[in-house]
Ligand binder design. Structure first.
Ligand code: PBG
Length: 324
């Protein structure tokens, strides 16, 4: 055969493949989610997330130091609230001495350069396991947003660099920005979970924090996975309301959405490889059905290729080791 172009020329050795690779992962791409519990020196395995733990504040600080040494520059904090502190107002969420607030301070004290982001949503604090205040079986929007503003201000006061609202109430980004401005927190960023879908892939996370909804589901606030244009509308509104970073969640089943949003906005886009995505890879690997290391690198590269400027992933540490 005489061909003018042989595409295999650019694939024939590791050297040429690395020269022409369009997408390269680096440790600075990753946001490491951390689950925190009360106590000291505790490290509780999460059964549906093999190899992942919920830790007391002291061991969380140790983990943050390790992450920093590996080149990971950002953590996203989630806390497990004690049952007796849960109610329908979420008031523990803005307790200045609450577990989240203490965790932020401890990490910033120990690793000042680490970017600390905090989850903002009422579900870990809600006796109903919902992201908002419940009345007559409904999730109230505006009352919930007021609570989220108080929560965000208390995180900023504790030293959080970014608040990350994951609740999907309407108007919350504008309200959070205003609340932060009015209280002098002009350096606190907002990473908005803008296109957050009502997904079965959050199951293991809800085990980790004991935060599964007590009734119904989250479909009146999280998005329908059938929809694409709605994700763009949600995201553009968040940009207008003052988000610094927008997010698509989950990641792997929503690569089309990541790309659409990357093309539609001029601010950084993040993606969240969620607990169920982690669990699927772990489970298949444990059965010997696929090679874990390869699945980690392939999925994370695909998420970045789709348009994610950064990725929240439970594989952050493993991924950095694999990039070696
Ligand atoms: C809380 C929140 C959830 C996740 C992040 N923040 C769960 C939910 O919305 O039900 C999911 C993260 C994961 O599954 O890894 N609003």
């Amino acid at each position: 055969m005489i061909l003018t172009r042989r595409n295999r020329i650019l694939r024939q050795s590791p050297a040429i493949r690395s020269l022409v690779a369009e997408t390269v992962l680096t440790p600075a791409d990753f946001i490491a989610p951390l689950f925190i519990e009360e106590g000291s020196h505790t490290e509780t395995p999460i059964p549906s997330m093999p190899g992942y733990y919920r830790r007391s504040v002291d061991l969380t600080v140790k983990e943050a130091k390790e992450l920093w040494e590996m080149g990971i520059r950002c953590v996203l904090l989630f806390i497990k609230c004690k049952d007796e502190l849960k109610d329908n107002t979420g008031r523990e969420a803005w307790n200045k001495d609450g577990l989240m607030q203490r965790s932020v301070k401890a990490i910033k004290d120990a690793v000042p350069g680490m970017l600390v982001m905090t989850d903002v949503a009422l579900d870990p604090y809600s006796s109903y396991g919902h992201d908002g205040i419940v009345k007559d079986g409904e999730i109230l929007n505006d009352e919930t947003v007021e609570a989220l503003v108080k929560m965000s201000i208390s995180h900023a006061a504790a030293g959080a660099d970014f608040v990350a609202p994951s609740d999907m109430m309407d108007g919350r980004i504008g309200a959070l920005r205003l609340g932060l401005e009015e209280n002098g927190y002009t350096k606190t960023g907002i990473m908005s979970y803008s296109a957050k879908y009502a997904s079965c892939f959050y199951g293991p996370f809800r085990d980790a924090l004991d935060s599964a909804p007590g009734f119904g589901d989250k479909k009146t606030y999280q998005m329908d996975f059938a929809n694409r244009t709605e994700a763009i509308r949600e995201t553009l509104m968040d940009v207008e309301e003052g988000a610094d970073i927008v997010m698509v969640k989950p990641a792997l089943a929503y690569l089309d959405i990541i790309r659409e949003i990357k093309n539609a906005v001029d601010i950084p886009v993040s993606a969240y490889q969620v607990s169920g995505e982690y669990a699927m890879i772990k489970a298949a690997a444990q059965n010997g059905w696929l090679t874990e290391d390869k699945a980690i690198v392939e999925t994370l590269t695909a998420i970045k290729r789709a348009g994610a400027d950064m990725i929240a992933t439970y594989f952050a540490k493993e991924a950095v080791k694999l990039l070696g």
